[in-house]
Design a protein. Sequence first.
Length: 377
Amino acid sequence: MKKIQMVDLIGQYEKIQQEIDKAVLDVIRSSAYINGPEVKAFQAELEQYLGAKHVINCANGTDALQIAMMALDLQPGDEVITADFTYVATAEVIALLKLKPVLVDVNPDTFTLDPAAVERAITPKTKAIVPVHLFGQCAPMEAIMDIARKYKLYVIEDTAQAIGADYYFKDGSKQKAGTIGTIGCTSFFPSKNLGCYGDGGALFTNDDELAKKIRMIANHGQSVLYYHDVVGVNSRLDSIQAAILRIKLRHLDEYAAARRAVADRYDLAFANNPKVKTPVRAQWSDHVFHQYTLVLNGVDRTKLREYLASKDIPAMIYYPVPLHLQKAYVDPRYKAGDFPVTEHLCANVISLPIHTELSAETQDLIIQEVRSFLATS
């Protein structure tokens, strides 16, 4: 049996190797390395897939968040609400732009923003909400959008972990993750569900004027070469990565189905085990399972991880320290105990391998070893 991976990028590549190799070589032969035909074609194809009017590529997911906030003219001191339980990039960009991150707790079942907590955190300085579609499913966007309309706030969706997921509204309609708020942002980091072989990112919007501004900001603030209308950045997706993403986009729904099948097998294996809580699938969202994350109950997580490592089984902890307890984000407004759900999750979550190439045989081994540890813990 080959080495078990959290994400098997080599196995995934081998299945589409001929397509990928040809696409990469075609770009090299064309010498159109920046903003070439592949970039424009990928943007158009992703627009069609998402049902978004505009997709604007950039260099990475963190840049996408920064460009979104710049495009909305957020000013130093403006408050931006986001989840305490998320990767640091979400709050990092807020702080980098000298905005004020306002952290709120998450729902204990879905790990996504709690709308009631969001509304309690709103002040006259609040300008935007950044819901994070964590681990592969959407935050409760209908409730969040209702709040945003009520208080006239922007909504920037961080959909780096949930691209391709569908959100279901109460009226029966649906939209893709990232296309509901003012702006959607994503990352094409290699381990993402739609990942390239380097760095990459994108923004989505249905607002024509906003799209125009986003394009300018991502290109040094210019829409005409050497004429700079706004302060911008240099953030672009190169043509080789776009060519790779075009191919992988065609497989995205297939990849999501494979991940769901893995999640279903894990769910069945750990059902009714009092020592673990399996992921809750929200009624309002598909789950594309960027991660399969268990919440442990009375189990020594460090020892479980060490035990699995001794069996050559990787496991990851997303995220061990809440944002409000990170040294870089120490704030007198927050102290230990203020975000009980997030703090509990940070102390008790563990993610098992899940990817498009995970065989039933390999997964059975993972399940067997987790069960074995839980039975004796």
